[in-house]
Design a protein around this ligand. Sequence first.
Ligand SMILES: Nc1ncnc2c1ncn2[C@@H]1O[C@H](COP(=O)(O)OP(=O)(O)OP(=O)(O)O)[C@@H](O)[C@H]1O
Ligand SMILES: [Mg+2]
Length: 185
Amino acid sequence: MITLNASEKFGKGLHRECFVHPDNDNLCIKVVTYGNQQETKREQGYYKQLQKRNVAWDLLPKFHGNVETSMGQGAIFDLIRDPDGQISKTLEYYLDDKDFVLTHRQQLESALAELRQYLLKYNIMSMAMKPKNILYQLSKSGQGKLFIIDNIGNSDFIPICNYVPFLANKKIVRRWNRFIFKLAL
Ligand SMILES: Nc1ncnc2c1ncn2[C@@H]1O[C@H](COP(=O)(O)OP(=O)(O)OP(=O)(O)O)[C@@H](O)[C@H]1O
Ligand SMILES: [Mg+2]
């Protein structure tokens, strides 16, 4: 049983709160604070499929299982940090900064292209891609990396795409195009 303290809390979405793992600075623990465990179950089911397929965890935080915490069940993931040790911020955060976008357009575009390639290579689906659910990990000299932290998987009633890579690829491209269109970089 792990005791989570307010001081370790660093992130909050509509459903979950994120804490730095008290015993490991490179892991985070996510606990559900609004709603039930349905979405957690679905997400972990999809992670299981990815583990079976042996995907590389290059741009997706690796899942390390569940633990009992003082706030209920917690899910352990890689914690994404920038080279200076700061916890990486979301793409939404950077897009809100017009100066940053102006001066880093090329890096952002390359990082986006890399994420697209990664998703297609490993056939990783996202239900809806949103800048708040993508982290932009800065890099000292290069383009940085974009990590998907939420909403991966397939919400179709009959998820045939999960078994037909060709259909999954087409869907990934469709979702990706929608995402890029909305970004309007
Ligand atoms: N692996 C991670 N590494 C670093 N920061 C993270 C990580 N996962 C989540 N965060 C931070 O915590 C915040 C909330 O996490 P997450 O998106 O998983 O919560 P959620 O409640 O499921 O979100 P939503 O509001 O989209 O439903 C993120 O916006 C991000 O800032
Ligand atoms: Mg989120």
